[in-house]
Design a protein around this ligand. Structure first.
Ligand code: G1P
Length: 367
């Protein structure tokens, strides 16, 4: 016997925002999609979907832009790798986070949903946050984290008892340092709140303003402050290296699938993917090495990720992110570096001592 219509509780869905042009990352990757930047050899979006799937969410809408949508689809597929169903939803113009919810209205129906910014990497699971929301009867729940530069974020002013007093998008004179980290849960009440707001000074429909509208209307809005975990903005080189270091440190595993010869020494949490070949080299984890890579006569030190199909020969590298297809040959020592896809760093065996460079736009070389 089916349940009466009014007793059916809609199941929580996921809405991942993966639009935008990602220009901040030039020239790190060929892709414009900042959500696909690899951290420990997995795109940031893979961690986002891990987290939603772990919270029991099976139905995920993914907002994509005309610029980077195809690459995102090709990388993430239908979601079956995570046991979820991904529905791609095009947002043809970047008109803001709340506008993305408007675009996803048909997909969302009246379900509650977790909205997750696809370039966000956080060090905790969200299942408890989802459970709390489900049992609270709130219309919105937000995750907050203290930051040093509150003017760059949506900021929450929170009373001592945890009640949200006010939310402001990128305040010039912030009254709090608690930033909205880009993971939100909403009931269907958010749609009406979005209908009631106007575009901000930057011309976007801000989700922060829509949540403020809920607060002003007296709707229950919960918040939780992340204290013991990290949250990373992965837009720039040092952020990317920091994210790579933390993910390898906390989640890195020893898992050797590729081949390692008897002259090599592997210490600690080193992951070597299928088809990779390690010869006469010393590897000290945590490290990940992608499929079909070759490491020969080299030392690879901790906190290094080497992408698929890379070649490292007669070189010493440590604390680096090397993207797929790159080649490093005869280089004495590379540290704290980000090497782009298919890039080559090679020693030239020429008597004439000089650097010979072909460097992409916005690159930085420290010699
Ligand atoms: C967006 C939100 C902001 C939030 C931030 C988190 O900012 O508008 O409220 O704090 O994400 O990363 P944006 O990245 O669009 O500047």
């Amino acid at each position: 016997m089916s349940e009466p219509e009014n007793e059916k509780k809609p199941v929580m869905k996921g809405l991942v925002l993966s639009g935008g042009k990602g220009t901040r990352l030039r020239p790190i990757t060929h892709t414009g999609a900042k959500q696909l930047v690899p951290i420990a050899n997995r795109p940031i979006l893979a961690y986002v979907i891990d987290n939603l799937a772990n919270a029991g969410i099976k139905d995920v809408g993914m907002i994509i832009s005309p610029e980077t949508g195809e690459e995102i689809k090709a990388t993430m597929g239908d979601g079956s790798e995570w046991g979820v169903k991904i529905t791609y939803i095009p947002q043809t113009e970047p008109k803001g986070l709340a506008h993305a919810v408007v675009v996803a209205r048909d997909f969302l129906g009246d379900s509650p949903f977790v909205m997750y910014l696809g370039d966000n990497l956080i060090g905790c699971r969200i299942d408890k946050f989802v459970d709390n929301f489900n049992s609270s009867g709130s219309d919105a729940a937000i995750l907050l984290k203290p930051v040093d530069n509150p003017s760059s974020f949506g900021i929450a002013e929170v009373a001592e008892d945890g009640t949200i007093e006010r939310l402001v998008e990128k305040p010039k004179e912030p009254k709090s340092n608690l930033a909205l980290i880009g993971v939100y849960i909403f009931s269907n009440a958010i749609h009406k709140a979005i209908d009631e707001i106007e575009p901000s000074a930057r011309g976007e429909l801000e989700i922060t303003d829509a949540i403020q509208r809920l607060v002003s209307n007296g709707s229950p809005v919960q918040s939780q402050v992340l204290i013991d975990t990290w949250w990373l903005d992965t837009g720039k080189k040092d952020d990317l290296l920091a994210a790579n270091t933390i993910v390898l440190d906390e989640w890195g595993k020893r898992d050797i699938k590729g081949s390692v010869d008897g002259e090599s020494e592997i210490t600690g949490r080193v992951s070597i993917a299928e088809g990779a070949v390690v010869k006469n080299s010393t590897l000290r984890g945590p490290i990940v090495i992608g499929k079909n890579s070759v490491i020969k006569d080299s030392f690879v030190g901790p906190y290094t990720s080497i992408g698929d199909g890379s070649k490292i020969k007669k070189s010493i590298i440590e604390h680096c992110v090397i993207l797929a297809g790159a080649e490093i040959d005869h280089v004495d020592r590379i540290e704290d570096s980000l090497i782009g896809r298919d890039a080559r760093v090679v020693r030239c065996h020429n008597k004439h001592k000089a650097l010979r460079l072909m460097i992409g736009d916005d690159s930085v070389v420290e010699v």
